[in-house]
Design a protein around this ligand. Structure first.
Ligand code: SF4
Length: 253
C-alpha cells in the first residue's frame, strides 16, 4: 500500500515533533551526540582541530560517540601533534603501536591505521596539507559531503554527519543547507520502510525521499528516526504501542 501525500505529511510532522522533544534535542547538544566531556568538545570546536575531526569521522564505527572522539584527543596527547604531514609518513605499524597506548582503540585497528595514513596523504596531496581547504572555496553542503565521501573509511552516513557537524557545531558557513542530507543507517532505513515512506530497504531511496519530504533540510529526520529505530522499531517485536509515531505509522512489518 502506498501512502498518500496527506498521510506522508502526518508522519513527517510526527517525526519532526518527536525530533523537537528534549529527549531527541539533547542528542544534538554538544559534540558527538552530547556525551563527550567538555575538554574533548573544546579540543575540537574551540581549538579547531580539524584534522582530529577528520580522524574521528573515520574512526566513528560501531563505538559509542564519547569513545570515538576521545581517540584523536588521546593520540594528540601521546604524539604532541596531529600533523597530517608527519602522520602521512608513518607506517601502519607505527599507528598500530600508537593505538596500543590508547585507553580504547578504534574498531578494526589495521584498517583504521591504513585509513589514517591515507587520509593524511589525501590532505597533503589534495588540500595543501590543511583540512580547512575542504571548504575554503565557499562550497555547498553537498559538495563538502562528497569531498568527505572521497576519503577511505567515510561513507554516506559519516559524510552527512560530518557536514552537519561542520555547519551546526563549528559554524562553518557552507552554502545551500538544503544539501544537508539525512545520515542513513539500518535504523533509519527500517523506520522509513515500515512507516511507508519507501517501498524497499534501499539507502538511495531513503536519501531521495528525505529530500522530497523536507527540501529545506533533509537531515532533519535522521535523529528522530534513529531514536525510534533504536528504542521502538526493533527488527522483531517492535514496540508500536509506545512508539512516538505509532498513531500515524503504516506499520509495514
Ligand atoms: S515501532 Fe511500529 S509504529 Fe513505530 S515506526 Fe516501527 S513499525 Fe512504525
Amino acid at each position: 500500500m502506498k501512502l498518500d501525500d496527506k498521510a506522508m505529511d502526518m508522519i513527517n510532522k510526527a517525526l519532526k515533533e518527536f525530533g523537537a522533544t528534549d529527549r531527541v534535542k539533547k542528542m544534538e547538544a554538544g559534540f558527538g551526540g552530547g556525551k563527550c566531556p567538555k575538554h574533548i568538545v573544546d579540543f575540537y570546536i574551540r581549538d579547531k582541530n580539524y584534522f582530529a575531526f577528520l580522524m574521528g569521522t573515520i574512526y566513528n564505527q560501531q563505538m559509542p560517540a564519547e569513545h570515538v572522539w576521545a581517540i584523536p584527543y588521546n593520540l594528540f596527547k601521546i604524539l604532541g601533534h596531529l600533523d597530517p604531514l608527519k602522520i602521512s609518513n608513518m607506517s601502519v605499524r607505527d599507528i598500530l603501536s600508537l593505538f596500543d597506548k590508547l585507553p580504547r582503540k578504534p574498531r578494526y585497528p589495521p584498517q583504521m591505521a591504513q585509513q589514517t595514513i591515507e587520509g593524511a596523504k589525501k590532505i597533503i596531496n589534495e588540500y595543501r596539507g590543511n583540512v580547512e581547504n575542504l571548504w575554503a572555496d565557499n562550497p555547498t553542503c553537498s559538495q563538502v559531503q562528497k569531498r568527505f565521501e572521497d576519503f577511505k573509511g567515510i561513507g554516506q552516513k559519516k559524510a552527512a554527519m560530518a557536514t552537519e557537524t561542520l555547519v551546526k557545531k563549528f559554524n562553518i558557513p557552507l552554502r545551500d543547507r538544503s544539501g544537508l542530507d539525512i545520515a542513513v543507517d539500518s535504523l533509519v532505513i527500517r523506520v522509513f520502510k515500515r512507516c511507508g515512506f519507501v517501498d524497499q530497504e534501499d539507502k538511495n531511496l531513503v536519501i531521495l525521499k528525505a529530500r522530497e519530504l523536507n527540501p529545506e533540510y533533509p537531515g532533519i529526520l535522521d535523529r528522530p528516526c534513529w531514536e525510534i529505530g533504536r528504542s521502538y522499531c526493533f527488527p522483531t517485536n517492535p514496540d508500536c504501542n509506545n512508539c512516538p509515531i505509532g498513531d500515524v505509522c503504516l506499520r509495514r512489518i
